[in-house]
Design a protein around this ligand. Structure first.
Ligand SMILES: [Zn+2]
Length: 120
């Protein structure tokens, strides 16, 4: 009787653990989907004609895109607000998409930085 109770408790604990694990994975997937949606919204807003593309060359691969601070100072600004990556995207949305940003691909970001430093 006592042994059966222990096994029952173990089974219940295992079922609970499996359920929590499943929920955790579902929540993680939901969070990833949410981040992806915010990123798409932000890139679209600062892209071209409402599309998530680089405003300079039209690159549309999401993995290549980033948000550029038009007048520079991006690193300092991100340090100031304490947000980078997805948190920065969420911050832009929460702030109602302030002006001064644009969607650029990493190549165009790099070219812009070199031009600003007068590197040929
Ligand atoms: Zn580009």
């Amino acid at each position: 009787m006592f042994i059966d109770d222990i096994f029952d408790a173990r089974d219940a604990a295992k079922r609970e653990y499996d359920l929590l694990k499943k929920n955790k994975e579902a929540m993680k997937a939901q969070h990833t989907a949410y981040q992806r949606r915010i990123t798409l919204e932000v890139y679209s807003h600062y892209g071209k004609e409402g599309k998530p593309v680089c405003v300079t060359c039209g690159e549309a691969r999401i993995g290549c895109l980033s948000i550029d601070h038009i007048n520079g100072g991006g690193s300092k600004h991100r340090q100031l607000i304490g947000k980078g990556g997805h948190n920065f995207h969420r911050w832009l949305k929460m702030e109602g998409y302030p002006e001064g940003y644009q969607t650029l691909c990493m190549n165009c970001q790099f070219i812009k930085q070199r031009q600003q430093k007068n590197v040929k």
